[in-house]
Design a protein around this ligand. Structure first.
Ligand SMILES: O=C(O)CCC(=O)C(=O)O
Length: 299
């Protein structure tokens, strides 16, 4: 897989020194052992399982998403569809209802099957030890060249229910480093001051906070200087179709810049899962989850 010379997020270069950078620990060997998975999550704040998901199902979701993006001319069809090369143009704005298009894209049957059924659910049943409830809202990222995600905890976006809640970051196709792979800050879930300060923010509370939209920082090096730990990502070229990365609400993460030399769109999902018996954040469940529009819709 392509590997850039430098790893950056929002243009800030990560140190690749051994004490600052490393690889995610794989948990593939303990994937059938719920107790071991819970112990590893408590220790590391994440679980990385290669080849966990059904590759045909992931491929089906990728095809569905790309066909839909191609229908609004966002894919360069001089390349194979599944290469996800961006056209640099779009006719989405000419649709009568662009919001409905976005909703349909996130809720297609193949993507829904990937994130709401099958291997991901059985994984969570083992990990959480009971009946699992995925959030009904499905998060889909189509990240173009130049895009990146800043450093944050997920709890600031979805902390109104149980905190025994986990994000599944799913590469819907291979995600080499240059396409904007995910990075996790080692031991970031263990910093009590960070959990109790930034981690207590609710971005929809209406109360001002120093982090505004929810990202803690766009600068991963400053975050590392403040809290220590290595920035970790998948070894051996990056994430591959079939992999599953699970992390806690208090695990600091960000993404590399998408610097794909072939202008590939990074397609991933980061949907959330919890025990069905525990309270769920009202914003993300139901037939038509209100999400961050909660204040608008209830006004
Ligand atoms: O994939 C990304 O760029 C962001 C994902 C993310 O922030 C998350 O999984 O919480």
């Amino acid at each position: 897989m392509d590997s850039p010379d430098t790893f950056t997020s929002h243009g800030v270069e990560f140190s690749r020194d051994a004490e600052k950078f490393g690889w995610l620990t794989e948990s593939s060997d303990i994937r059938e052992d719920g107790g071991a998975l819970r112990a590893r999550m408590a220790k590391d704040g994440y679980l990385f399982i290669r080849d966990c998901l059904d590759k045909d199902v992931v491929t089906g979701a990728r095809r569905e998403i790309l066909e839909r993006l191609a229908s609004v001319d966002e894919i360069d069809t001089s390349h194979p569809l599944m290469d996800a090369v961006a056209s640099g143009t779009s006719t989405r704005g000419k649709l009568p209802d662009t919001r409905a298009f976005g909703n349909d894209l996130r809720n297609g049957p193949a993507l829904t099957r990937l994130v709401h059924e099958g291997n991901v659910i059985s994984f969570y049943e083992t990990f959480l030890g009971g009946e699992v409830r995925p959030f009904d809202h499905i998060w889909l990222r189509n990240v173009r060249v130049g895009g990146a995600t800043g450093c944050h905890y997920d709890v600031v976006y979805m902390g109104r229910g149980t905190h025994n809640l986990y994000t599944s970051w799913i590469p819907i196709g291979d995600v080499p480093y240059c396409d904007g792979a995910l990075m996790i800050l080692e031991d970031s879930h263990t910093h009590q001051d960070l959990r109790e300060g930034y981690g207590a923010v609710d971005v929809d509370s209406g109360k001002p906070n120093p982090w505004g939209g929810g990202w803690f920082s766009r600068n991963p090096v400053e975050v590392q200087d403040q809290f220590g730990g290595r920035w970790l990502t998948a070894d051996d070229g990056g994430f591959r179709l079939g992999d599953l990365l699970v992390f806690s609400m208090f695990t600091m993460h960000c993404s590399l810049d998408n610097v794909s030399p072939v202008n590939r769109i990074r397609i991933t999902s980061d949907t959330r899962y919890q025990l069905a018996s525990e309270p769920a954040d009202e914003r993300w469940v139901g037939d038509d989850p209100v999400g961050h529009d909660i204040n608008k819709r209830s006004a």
